[in-house]
Design a protein around this ligand. Structure first.
Ligand code: PHE
Length: 459
């Protein structure tokens, strides 16, 4: 579905949901979310996050879906068609996506590294999970393995983009449900480990004193990242939808699926952190070092661990392709650059920046260029890319999108599109209108400004 000249429509609603959910469900849910929930106070963070998704996430997604299906164009073209002065919002999204990809491909490579580690070297992983993880990132020398696997991940992403995404969409129909079921199983096992109840308490105990500016901004950025919002991906996906598809139920389903996966991952990983005592010294270790304790406690844990990392890799590649496709399509359609050339050029640059990300995890650690926040240490370079996208660029993209729908294109036009010209019900339309016009731009704008004024130390 990458050819815009012959814009083919999704064969079925299920196909669309799987593709949109495939983009949404990824490293954001399994690798990022538990780390943020852990750092920002557990239960109270979950509540803030759920409110962000329910109020802001769903309405931004609806805004993007309606823009896309109305115009049947990718992000930049869609905005241009609705109002030529606003095409740049799509351009901003492309830039954001490119920056995300720089580190996304690296972490996707870590997942592949762990598939192999579980096949060939599981005893070493289990002997000291944290040391293994840090070793992969170069604690004891150049992190060649991690970088090679990140390269393979990127090549696979580029290969899928150039050969069409139909294949992985088919695979999604099987693998996404398998991932879902596996996460539930692992979550149950993790929660029943001896000592896991402390982690469960941490995730269920709501103490709003842990909610400060950082936590709110983190929840907002995480919601956009996880739902693939604020950078036009969902505009592009919806552009392939037919008039018959129900945007209201699609929005509800994609947001629910994505949030469930994040919650499962949170309740799989945090109890394991407490049960195993593997306190991650850095955000990046979530989903890698912390899970070893769960796999060790399961019969056939080596095999299940391998399957888990394979599914994590798969979830990551269905997201990375959705981002890279947007970047390539932009250069091709807007700048007239040949698709192959655009693909190679982008890949080379993002790989170089990505390697710096991985190296920052390793060598900056050794040289002590770390900062400490909430008792958790972060390497500066990797942090910087994440902050730039999650705390600034994605919220900005979402801010401009909702401002555009609320005040330029008009919420009534968006609602008209959402209901398929009145064909399907949208009971919450009045709420949507109010939120997209007032709550979204004001809340997102306020959070961005607070984040910029108070910087990273906002609390
Ligand atoms: N939502 C994806 C994830 O959670 C990442 C992503 C962000 C994909 C933005 C597309 C656009 O892993």
């Amino acid at each position: 579905m990458s050819n815009t000249e012959n814009r083919t429509e999704f064969g079925s609603t299920l196909g669309f949901i799987l593709s949109a959910a495939g983009s949404a469900v990824g490293l954001g849910n399994i690798w990022k979310f538990p780390g943020k929930a852990y750092a920002c106070g557990g239960g109270a963070f979950l509540i803030v996050y759920l409110i962000m998704v329910a109020v802001i996430g769903t309405t931004v997604m609806m805004a993007e879906f309606t823009i896309g299906r109305k115009t049947h164009k990718g992000a930049v073209g869609a905005l241009r068609e609705l109002n030529s002065k606003f095409a740049w919002i799509g351009g901003l999204g492309v830039l954001t996506g490119f920056i995300i990809l720089c580190y996304y491909c690296q972490v996707g490579g870590w997942a592949m590294y762990y598939i192999v580690a579980y096949i060939t070297d599981v005893q070493t992983v289990w002997a000291d999970p944290m040391a293994y993880f840090l070793n992969m990132l170069g604690a004891n020398g150049f992190p060649l393995g991690a970088i090679v696997w990140a390269f393979v991940f990127l090549i696979l992403t580029a290969f899928i983009i150039s050969h069409g995404t139909a294949g992985i969409e088919k695979m999604s129909t099987i693998l996404m449900p398998v991932l879902f079921v596996l996460l539930i199983g692992l979550m149950i096992r993790s929660c029943t480990l001896p000592g896991a109840d402390e982690g469960l308490k941490y995730m269920l105990h709501v103490d709003f004193s842990t909610i400060n500016g950082t936590a709110i901004l983190t929840a907002l950025g995480q919601a956009f990242f996880s739902l693939s919002l604020g950078m036009g991906v969902m505009i592009t996906y919806a552009s392939y939808l037919s008039r018959e598809d129900n945007l209201v139920s699609n929005t509800a389903i994609v947001c629910t699926l994505d949030t469930l996966v994040a919650l499962f991952a949170g309740f799989m990983i945090i109890p394991a952190v407490f049960a195993t005592g593997i306190a991650p010294g850095m955000g990046g270790a979530f989903g890698f070092a912390t899970l070893a304790g769960v796999f060790m406690a399961i019969p056939g844990g080596q095999f299940i661990g391998m399957i888990f990392y394979f599914l994590l890799f798969f979830a990551a590649i269905t997201s990375s392709t959705s981002i890279l496709e947007g970047c390539v399509a932009f250069l091709n359609e807007e700048k007239g650059i040949d698709r192959k050339k655009a693909l190679v050029g982008l890949s080379v640059i993002l790989f170089i920046i990505g390697v710096l990300y991985t190296l920052s995890q390793a060598f900056m650690n050794l040289k002590g260029i770390w900062i400490s926040r909430n008792g958790i240490e972060f390497p500066i370079f990797g942090d910087f890319l994440e902050y730039l996208t999650d705390r600034l660029l994605l919220p900005l993209g979402a801010f401009f999108t909702t401002f555009f729908v609320g005040w330029i294109w008009g919420p009534d036009n968006s609602i008209q599109e959402a209901t398929g010209e009145g064909r399907n019900k949208f009971a919450l339309a009045p709420a949507y209108k109010f939120i997209v016009k007032f709550i979204d731009p004001i809340a997102i704008g306020a959070i961005i400004i607070a984040g910029m004024v108070f910087g990273m130390a906002i609390s």
